[in-house]
Design a protein around this ligand. Structure first.
Ligand code: NAP
Length: 542
């Protein structure tokens, strides 16, 4: 079957793409590995999983009707509620009929002569489309545990990012959990309540702030409903695509100690990412940053009763905020429980998984269950696990061997008619993903309509524009403290991955302006060509 557009992934990006493009009259098919919609919320079903952006902000804005009829129940929605939302959207907009579930795309190849993309799946079928859109997500390629002896373990193992849909009952079990990123920090307090004993292996401590989650405040619901268009406008113009960070324009260094403390305390009490906006220079000035680091260290010492455990939990090797902040419910307090033990896996590294548990450089542990919460091959991983080939058979894996190169995080020189949603070099993971997804989907849809109207068949990022954008992305990151952390933003969690700060830190507001300006200037920096290979007038939507 010859399609206008093939979309890879039925997460929040793929779902909106399908709805939008179909509504514009393009023929679209979506491929999805899972057996349902929802992407990250389909896979990450671990206990305690919930969004770290406030629910009302973390929702589609493209349909007033959808917004009117859906009501979130908690300030930070749980994974089951988010998955219900994704399914509601799929039902409401009749999306499933154009999604092929349980089908992984393994290759996408550009046929230059035909100006079409041929997409191959793990079911052995191929499909041809004029355009290919990678809606593959940024945290969908999981990092496989590679500890020696992993296969020898006789107990049960789970990975947070591939949690069984029916859940896991930890009652009465001894559990070892490896990792202390967001996934671990959300699941640890819940598993600790069930397990007989939970031992956590932490290699690097994270900064975590309380969510102060609870039922959604009726006043917050009323305020959002009363002024929704204005909230949405402000989201789109903001730095991160959400309003709760509420950026304070003051430097942390221009106020006295007492004022600084009061501001941090007030933000800590608000919860979530509010603390990230406490001062303007927290991720640009080492001195300002140190004040935030010291504040969180004090909080950890206040909450965690055992001084040695508190010390191990305190980040010391990278600046505050330069790894994704974690938003938790009772994380630090969980270490006061008698059935929870923290192991410093930096001081005493895990050497091997054994038939009965694991062994560190210091001692052996026995477990009924091992939970891996070890993260993802972020941003580039989902794209490079597909064999993507552009002009002349150019492999994306080769082009990106030294790190991702993309114009606006939307297109890649040498790969005509291939779009990436929230790809590297766009604000992406530094932002409220739904806001960034909607911006990309709208931009791509406008672009395809523009081409159809002008009977243009090919669009491709121009190499000089791409080089200039990549340089700008790198310079923007270099002006901050982010490159100092061994984060997944830097690719540092994957051995051998190039050390490049992948997302664009310039902010979703300025970035949106740049993308709009590029489009208004006739897609400046892109080459559009070839009327003889125009997009056929589509048949009306099926
Ligand atoms: P992550 O932040 O990459 O954390 C992985 C953890 O596993 C780290 O503590 C890491 O230690 C540890 N680890 C990895 N390999 C290890 C090894 N060989 N030995 C010992 N420890 C090892 O992954 P994540 O927690 O899944 O979170 C990833 C991102 O997903 C988050 O940053 C966030 O953006 C997103 N997320 C969001 C939410 C939410 O919205 N609420 C929830 C979960 C995840 P090192 O740091 O030393 O490498």
């Amino acid at each position: 079957m010859d399609l206008d557009v093939v979309v890879v992934g039925a997460g929040f990006a793929g779902m909106y793409l399908l709805h939008k493009l179909r509504g514009l009259g393009f023929s679209v098919r979506v491929y999805e590995t899972g057996d349902g919609v929802g992407g990250t919320w389909y896979w990450n079903r671990y206990p305690g999983a919930r969004v770290d952006i406030e629910s009302q902000e973390y929702s589609y804005s493209f349909s007033d009707e959808l917004e009117d009829e859906w009501q979130w129940s908690e300030r930070y929605a749980t994974q089951p509620e988010l998955l219900r939302y994704a399914n509601h959207v799929a039902d409401r907009f009749d999306l499933r009929r154009d999604i092929r579930f349980e089908t992984r795309v393994t290759a996408a190849r550009y046929d230059e002569a035909a100006n079409r993309w041929t997409v191959t799946t793990d079911r052995g079928d191929t499909v041809s489309a004029r355009f290919c859109v990678m809606a593959t997500g940024c945290l969908s390629a999981i990092k496989e545990p590679d500890f020696p002896g992993r296969e020898s373990f006789r107990g049960r193992t789970y990975q947070t990012s591939r949690w069984p849909p029916g859940g896991v009952d930890f009652t009465g079990l001894t559990v070892g959990l490896i990792g202390t990123g967001s996934s671990a920090i959300q699941s640890i307090p819940v598993i600790a309540e069930q397990a007989a004993h939970l031992t956590i292996f932490q290699r690097t401590p994270n900064f975590s702030v309380p969510a102060h989650n609870g039922p959604l405040d009726p006043d917050a619901i009323a305020a959002w409903k009363a002024d929704r268009p204005e909230y949405r406008r402000r989201q789109r113009a903001s730095q991160g695509g959400f309003l709760t960070s509420d950026p304070n324009p003051l430097s942390a260094l221009e106020v006295d100690e007492a004022t600084r403390r009061r501001v941090f305390e007030e933000r800590w009490a608000r919860g979530g990412f509010a603390i990230g906006g406490a001062f303007s220079d927290l991720v640009t000035s080492p001195e300002a940053n140190a004040t935030a680091t010291a504040f969180v260290a004090d909080k950890i010492r206040e909450i965690v009763e055992d001084p040695r455990t508190a010390d191990i939990l305190t980040p010391k090797t990278y600046p505050f905020g330069t790894k994704r902040l974690c938003v938790d419910t009772a994380y630090y307090a969980t270490f006061n429980r008698p059935n929870v033990t923290l192991v410093d896996a930096a001081a005493t590294p895990i050497e091997a998984i054994t038939p009965t548990g694991l062994r560190t450089s210091e001692r052996a542990f026995d477990f009924d269950v091992i939970v891996y919460a070890i993260g993802f091959d972020a941003m580039t991983g989902p794209l490079l696990r597909i064999d993507v080939r552009g002009r002349g058979g150019l492999a994306l894996r080769d082009l990106w061997a030294e790190g991702p190169k993309s114009y606006l995080g939307l297109m890649i020189a040498g790969f005509p008619n291939l779009f990436t949603v929230t790809g590297p070099s766009s604000p992406s993971v530094l932002s409220n993903m739904i806001v960034s997804i909607e911006q990309h989907v709208d931009w791509i849809s406008d672009c395809l309509s523009h081409m159809r109207d002008r009977r243009l068949g090919v669009i491709e990022a121009a190499a000089p524009a791409q080089e200039a954008w990549v340089a700008h992305v790198n310079e923007s990151a270099a002006a901050t403290l982010f490159p100092q952390a061994n984060s997944w933003y830097m690719g540092a969690n994957i051995p051998g991955k190039p050390r490049v700060f992948m997302p664009y830190i310039g902010g979703v507001g300025p970035y949106r302006e740049k993308c709009d300006d590029v489009a208004a200037k006739g897609y400046e920096g892109f080459v559009l060509s070839d009327a003889s290979r125009q997009i056929e007038r589509p048949t009306p939507s099926q």
